[in-house]
Design a protein around this ligand. Sequence first.
Ligand SMILES: Cc1cc2nc3c(=O)[nH]c(=O)nc-3n(C[C@H](O)[C@H](O)[C@H](O)COP(=O)(O)O)c2cc1C
Length: 663
Amino acid sequence: MQDSAVTRYPHLFAPLRLGAMQLRNRIAHASMTTRLARERRVTPELITYHVNRARGGAALIVTEPLSAARFQNLPHKVRVWDDGELEGLTRWAHAVESLDCRLLGQLQDAGRGRHERGRNPDAIGVSALPDDLSWTVPHVLSRADIRRMIADFGESSARLQRCGFSGVELSAAHGHLFHQFLSPWMNTREDEYGGDLEGRLRFLQELIREIRSSCGRGFLLGVKAPGDDGLPDSIGPSEAERIAGRLAATGEIDYFCFAQGSHSHTLDMHVPDLHGPRVPYRALTRQLKAAVRGVAVMAVGLITDPSEADALIASGTAELVGLGRPLLADPAWPIKAGAGRAADIRYCVSCNSCWGTIAEGRPLACDNNPRVARADEVDWRPQRAGSTRRVVVVGAGIAGMEAAWVAAARGHRVTVFGLSGEPGGKTRLLAHLPGGEALSSIYDYQMVAGRRAGVRLELGVRASAADVLALAPDAVVIATGSSMAWPRSLRREWQQSGAILDLRACVAELLRLRQPQGGTAVLYDLDGTEGTYWAAERLRALFDRVIVVTPRARIAEDVPLVQRLGIERRFARQRIEVLALSEPAQETRWEDGILVYRNVHSGDLAEIRDVMLFTYSGHRVPEDALVRELEPLVKTLYVIGDAYAPRGVMAATAQGHEVGLSV
Ligand SMILES: Cc1cc2nc3c(=O)[nH]c(=O)nc-3n(C[C@H](O)[C@H](O)[C@H](O)COP(=O)(O)O)c2cc1C
């Protein structure tokens, strides 16, 4: 890899001296909570996840937060504050470090921050102020608590060092405890740990001194610092400059990583998606780099492409790039980039489903990587099947295409029938909506892999049972997707008139329109997934007013919190209105452009006037007619994706993947 890497992305693959350590390249795995630890212990899955990223070419990995102070005792975090897990920590460190990859433990506490519903009675904090999301008011740390905590963090760092870790990263970003000390908005203490910048920095500076005195200069010490937390009177870019400058002046820090957002309505800023620009924090990172006087900087935030990463290093914006979601999506990102195989990377689609899974307490998972933390994950190629079979896949959406390429790569002769002229199914429609474009890399990858494996595509064909049987298949995979059902709350005559289209049909029509239409568009939301809200934004570009009507108490309930925050913000900025706990009523008079809606609890009626367009995002029903026809005629029949039961992207790719491996 090395020679072509040097010529292709010379800056990204240049070695780096970081503190006392040598890094083989500039690619770091940014800290990601995995939910792979169990009962406070290191598990084989946790080690495999990190070994895979090291094997895939990362030069440095920051772990998820560890329980490093005595009051931290969550079962999904590895406990470091006593000697109980020394053996597991040593195995973890050795497994990663022996692959020429530096392993850094992350030290942090969420403080009052809580993503889950309800208050956290065990939370500790800087001041008796509520968490912006959960409204948890923490126990305020006394001076003695602070001293004990700093001593614990020092001892735990020394323990990590003894176990073979190369260093630690202090997470003072994302609105967590250390960030709470730094922020004038969150820290209202009147003792020496609050007040002016000096006071607010005291905690972090004492912590840094303690770790240095426990571990010495040879141990790496990085700080994930706030770059812009997005909150008024808190830490914007200029306060971030002052903080970083003061910390850099201690001479004790080996690198900074600047993260954005806070545990509040700005939380989503730390995991940006494609509703904003690519590499959104490039300019801010450059500005903060200037404040740290020669200390190395790890750029982070939606750096998905090797050339973007190389340019960040080449321009002097950063010495390292921190990749979180991109290395989750493809641990072999570095070796593929280095070998000139960038087209072969499974790219992060910035959907933040990963964030959703860990927030729900499930292990880290990815829409575009069905093999997270499996032993053979890195640059995976399926093993060849014992015998070659003829496989017919009906449906060229992401479930069908995943099954097709995997089966073909195993040596089967695979034909895919697709109704549309292009593969991708409904995901392709989503990719045409605002913010959805990255989703195309799911089916683009499947196309590239399918072509390489010899998949035969028959597109633009509504395959009949006879078409399938004509190929004398040994196995048939039905991946024909779903359609939207007519909502039961709407009158049947309205459906029969043919004037009301479901959201998918409506969007397909609207994508062709360029001119504003004027008037009001109403979207009846019985779906709750992101595509519906992206479509509302598309409608807003065409209509004077857009109103989303939902019988639920809020929109986007099924969307990860960080994505919901983005939707809510964009809706507010674009003035897209939401009528919650409401549904269209029979009294509606379309001929007058009047939609009458009722409150689902009280039955009270009200009107929306000047309605130019009404569409609905209904629940989905499987398109499975072929299943019934083929079931008696075919020996091996699989039904996957929405055709089996409606599901999201992650479940569709995962199911297609497993079926591709089973045929
Ligand atoms: C699922 C998930 C878990 C994360 N967990 C942590 C964490 O435990 N500690 C932390 O400092 N950052 C965490 N982050 C933030 C990442 O380190 C990184 O700053 C962010 O994802 C932006 O980088 P990316 O665009 O390369 O993913 C997490 C991000 C995601 C998506």
